[in-house]
Design a protein around this ligand. Structure first.
Ligand SMILES: NC(=O)c1ccc[n+]([C@@H]2O[C@H](COP(=O)([O-])OP(=O)(O)OC[C@H]3O[C@@H](n4cnc5c(N)ncnc54)[C@H](O)[C@@H]3O)[C@@H](O)[C@H]2O)c1
Ligand SMILES: CC(C)C[C@H](N)C(=O)O
Length: 364
């Protein structure tokens, strides 16, 4: 991989490699674009099969955060960290302390939070070394685990997509196939079950599946069978790239709306599902609830205010669908257009010189 060429082609600002021998920390912080403000994005801990795979993931995910934050109306840029390691075996206090010091060294250009493989407890340790961390414990007056709020946003966005596909946003009686019933999807299933949707679930973790079967009367299927089940809505809530050449021919759903980041393997897969008439709720628009929630900490956390903003994910998805219809383009392109237009407008409006620039962190 030619890193500088890749960064230049996709407008990345900065890539930071952090190493600490004692704790085993190997982290990569990717800062994509800070036009709107400091880069906010979570820290993923994962057993990458190569360093190249980890770098690519950090780069892709950080770009996604730029677009997510822009469409969500946040005054924040996009960044993300990946830590190479097994979150069940390789974590230790020193690792997150060392990582916190690296974040502090960036002096506010990057703010972190949870992602797959990291928890509120990890953020609390990072907080010992830096203020540039969110998603810390409610005991510190902060927002805690973002997953339930992400789930609420996905639920709202799913309703908006359903309105387009079925003429109603009522999900009672609809069959929703949920891939991965982890932190976000468990809470999503709860909303759907309460409204009277029927659930089909899968997960590689048997306990997670059993809980959903027991609590939500869900039907369980094997992980490879989830794509082809008879359903109205497919909700990808595990990892990325599950909309691809192998899975698309199996899909029976009229709507794709889920929490996972980077759901389309490539843009061409967004084109194919558009041509098939499937309503796709772009991942970074529908799953912005978590970042909206943690970003509220920068103003002094107020849950009611955060949830009100998360509710507007319904309107954001509707707006994306309207643009897609108007311009006859796939929804993923409509979302990109929305994000890029906002970033460009702000780039122009904020271009004049200020002796002492003001940004969101100066309120902290
Ligand atoms: N947590 C948040 O607030 C948040 C916010 C935005 C986006 N996301 C994204 O949503 C997704 C889920 O996040 P989460 O926090 O719930 O993670 P999680 O790790 O709690 O849940 C993911 C679940 O998917 C399962 N899984 C993994 N591979 C699978 C496979 N091949 N088939 C079936 N199940 C599989 C895991 O066993 C796990 O239960 C991730 O892509 C994450 O990046 C999360
Ligand atoms: C800031 C975090 C809550 C980010 C979240 N993991 C996401 O992908 O949106």
């Amino acid at each position: 991989m030619e890193i500088f060429k890749y960064m230049e082609n996709n407008d990345y600002e900065q890539l930071v490699f952090c190493q600490d021998k004692q704790s085993g920390l190997k982290a990569i912080i990717a800062i994509h674009d800070t036009t709107l403000g400091p880069a906010l994005g979570g820290t993923r801990m994962w057993t990458y099969s190569s360093e190249e795979e980890a770098i690519e993931d950090a780069l892709r995910l950080s770009r996604g955060m730029t677009y997510k934050n822009a469409v969500a109306g946040l005054n924040l840029g996009g960044g993300k960290t990946v830590i190479i390691g097994d979150p069940h075996k390789d974590k230790n206090e020193e690792m997150f302390r060392a990582f916190g010091r690296y974040i502090q060294g960036l002096d506010g250009r990057y703010i972190t939070a949870e992602d797959v493989g990291t928890t509120v407890a990890d953020m609390d340790i990072i907080h010992e070394e830096t203020d540039y961390v969110t998603g810390i414990s409610p005991a510190f007056g902060s927002s805690g685990n973002p997953s339930p709020v992400t789930a609420y946003g996905v639920y709202r966005g799913m309703k908006a997509a359903a309105k387009e596909a079925f003429g109603t946003d009522i999900l009672a009686g609809k069959v929703v196939a949920v891939q991965g019933v982890g932190n976000v999807a468990y809470n999503l299933c709860q909303h759907l079950h309460e409204e009277g949707a029927q659930l089909i679930v899968t997960d590689i973790n048997k306990e997670a599946v059993n809980r959903a079967v027991k609590e939500f009367n869900a039907r369980a299927v094997d992980p490879n069978d989830i794509y082809g089940v008879e359903c109205d809505i497919y909700a990808p809530c595990a990892l990325g790239a599950t909309i691809n050449d192998q899975t698309i021919p199996q899909l029976k759903a009229k709507v794709i709306a889920g929490a996972a980041n980077n759901q389309l393997k490539d843009n061409q897969h967004g084109d194919i599902i558009h041509e098939m008439g499937i309503v796709y709720a772009p991942d970074y628009v529908i799953n912005a609830g978590g970042v909206i929630n943690v970003a509220d900490e920068l103003y002094g956390y107020n849950r009611e205010r955060a949830l009100k903003k998360v509710e507007s994910i319904y309107d954001n998805i509707s707006q994306v669908i309207d643009i897609a219809m108007r311009d006859n383009i796939p929804t993923y392109k409509a979302a990109d257009r929305l994000a890029e237009e906002r970033i460009e407008r702000m780039r122009i409006s904020r271009s004049q010189f200020l002796q002492k620039g003001h940004h969101i962190l100066s309120r902290r």
